[in-house]
Design a protein around this ligand. Structure first.
Ligand SMILES: NC(=O)c1ccc[n+]([C@@H]2O[C@H](COP(=O)([O-])OP(=O)(O)OC[C@H]3O[C@@H](n4cnc5c(N)ncnc54)[C@H](OP(=O)(O)O)[C@@H]3O)[C@@H](O)[C@H]2O)c1
Length: 336
């Protein structure tokens, strides 16, 4: 049996190009003792993968040139030499962009397909959902009546942040870049106020949507959205700094007026707590996340969207689309 896989052929400069990747076939190893052979059903595509393509100092090791692109997957066990795993079991693990994976059982977590669609293990009930829950509840800590602004609000992380904040009684202002995303946030996710970050007067539109200022800004993007947020931060505001997707393809520092002094003045005068976090440091809180969010998903109270493309060849174009905002919801590649 052969596995088809996507490897990193060269390090992208700016937006990743098709020629930065290669699709290869490799023989699949039969599982040894304690291992299972998994056929991929869904690949996860996530913004952090852009950072792994660079060869620089980061919180995580870069993908080696010629190496398989890393990433989460959900798959079906085809063969097993591991106690507790049977052919047909559905599992999740960090297998990378490939159709088949022989893995030690300790790198696989068995899923219960009766709990929720198995693809949710890569989205609302997986790393992105956990990231949303952690950043909001442990750093943002919204109180009822406070204003919570969320960027990339219709995405895998942002969608969960918006709804958890709403369920805590906060007034949520959701920021996204397309009319269909803003409509979903209002009609499905029950969010009161929405702002399009492509509005030529973003600062004015955001100020109008936040008459009481902003108490929690859940930061997913940076760039122009952050610039519009800074003047609206209230005293004692909290800013969970989760992601900065607007600058992931940057090849140089920005030119033009430096907004950092403005930010720092607001941080000081408003006693703003600005805290970055990497979700993999907080695995101990995973059970608390699942205990809160899984019942919301199974009861239908937590809405989520998946944006599914098909086939390994669709992976790189889908990743490019994610960096430009063409995905709508948790981006997945369906392989089998
Ligand atoms: N700290 C951690 O441990 C951790 C873990 C997971 C994710 N993250 C971060 O969380 C953020 C969201 O991730 P996700 O998986 O939920 O992705 P996602 O929101 O499903 O997809 C990315 C979205 O970002 C928006 N975007 C892209 N470029 C933008 C720009 N220049 N300005 C404004 N918005 C832009 C686009 O939506 P629009 O149409 O709204 O523009 C796009 O659809 C990312 O920054 C990611 O790196 C961090």
């Amino acid at each position: 049996m052969q596995s088809r896989q996507i490897t990193l052929a060269r390090r992208p400069q700016g937006m990743p190009q098709a020629a930065d990747f290669a699709i290869e076939s490799r023989p699949v190893r039969s599982p040894g003792a304690g291992e299972a052979l998994v056929e991929t059903l869904y690949l996860s595509i996530d913004p952090y993968m852009r950072g792994r393509m660079n060869d620089g100092k980061s919180y995580a090791t870069p993908v080696k040139l010629g190496g398989v692109m890393g990433g989460g997957l959900v798959g079906r066990v085809l063969e097993s030499q591991a106690p507790g795993l049977q052919p047909g079991d559905i599992v999740t693990g960090y297998g990378g962009w490939r159709t088949h994976w022989t893995a030690p059982a300790e790198q696989l977590r068995k899923l219960d397909p009766a709990l929720a669609p198995v693809s949710t293990a890569l989205g609302v009930l997986g790393m992105p959902g956990f990231t949303a829950w952690y950043g909001l509840t442990q750093i943002g800590r919204p109180k009822a009546g406070e204003t919570v602004a969320v960027s990339a609000a219709s995405g895998a992380v942002g969608g969960v942040v918006c709804q958890l904040a709403r369920l805590r009684g906060a007034r949520v202002v959701a920021i996204a870049g397309e009319a269909r995303k803003l409509e979903w946030l209002q009609a499905e996710a029950g969010i009161e106020a929405v702002v399009n970050h492509r509005d030529p007067d973003l600062a004015g539109a955001l100020a109008a949507a936040c008459p009481q200022g902003i108490d929690v800004y859940y930061e997913n993007v940076g760039g122009a959205v952050l610039e519009a947020v800074i003047p609206l931060l209230n005293k004692d505001a909290r800013v969970p700094v989760c992601g900065l997707i607007a600058q992931y393809n940057a090849t140089a520092l920005p030119t033009g007026t430096d907004k950092l002094p403005l930010l720092m003045r607001s941080v000081l005068s408003n006693r703003v707590l600005l805290q970055g976090f990497i979700i993999s440091d907080h695995e101990d809180l995973w059970p608390r996340f699942l205990a809160e969010v899984a019942p919301l998903v199974t009861s239908g109270q937590m809405k989520y969207r998946e944006d599914v493309v098909e086939g390994l060849e669709a992976t790189v174009p889908a990743f490019q689309g994610l960096l430009e905002g063409r995905n709508f919801g948790k981006l997945l590649v369906k392989l089998a």
